[in-house]
Design a protein around this ligand. Structure first.
Ligand code: ADP
Length: 161
């Protein structure tokens, strides 16, 4: 049976922190799905199509890394695609507390009790990094190239505000 993991998030946009977690986890699984969770009430900052294409570009040389979108519960999406692992990154103790409750709730929601959450620690240089900071810097015209994967160029990207 194929070992499939899902890395869920909003990736609005993908950062070097996400990229590092995905690249380090990819050899552990047969397939790793970077899964953008869609919230019907919250559109996100960057358009969904754009976020997907940035992720595709970032991992274009890695055939076992794919990107998908989903709505609803992460565990339901995992069932749908046959994934038994949810991958998450840990930056700080605050992340740990947050992830602990999500992980334990996901265990409750998964009635077959076969999905495990797997954690990788962030690299030291990525600990302060999150998508929200990237958006804030970008919105006021700052250079975000240090924070996002090298494959992405936001310097010429214009967002309709
Ligand atoms: P963000 O925090 O960038 O908005 P999400 O909330 O969509 O990202 O989180 C997706 C996953 O990526 C979570 O497991 C989160 O802990 C992890 N993650 C986010 N930023 C980093 C980072 N800088 N280093 C390691 N993991 C991260």
């Amino acid at each position: 049976m194929k070992k499939i993991a899902v890395f869920p998030g909003s990736f609005d946009p993908i950062t070097k922190g996400h990229e590092s977690i995905v690249l380090r986890a990819a050899p552990l699984f047969d397939e790793l799905i970077v899964a953008i969770g869609i919230n019907a009430d919250k559109e996100g900052f960057f358009p969904l199509k754009q976020r997907i294409s940035w992720i595709e570009k970032t991992f274009q040389d890695y055939p076992n890394i794919k990107v998908m979108k989903y709505q609803g519960l992460t565990v339901d999406f995992c069932k749908e695609i046959g994934a038994l692992y949810i991958l998450r990154g840990l930056r700080t103790s605050a992340d740990f507390e947050f992830e602990r409750s999500i992980g334990q709730i996901n265990k409750q929601l998964d009635q077959t009790n076969e999905i495990e959450t797997v954690f990788l620690l962030s690299e030291m240089e990525h600990t302060p990094l999150n998508s929200s900071i990237v958006r804030s810097v970008f919105q006021v015209g700052g250079n975000v190239s240090h924070f996002i994967p090298n494959a992405i160029d936001l310097s010429t990207y214009k967002k309709d505000l």
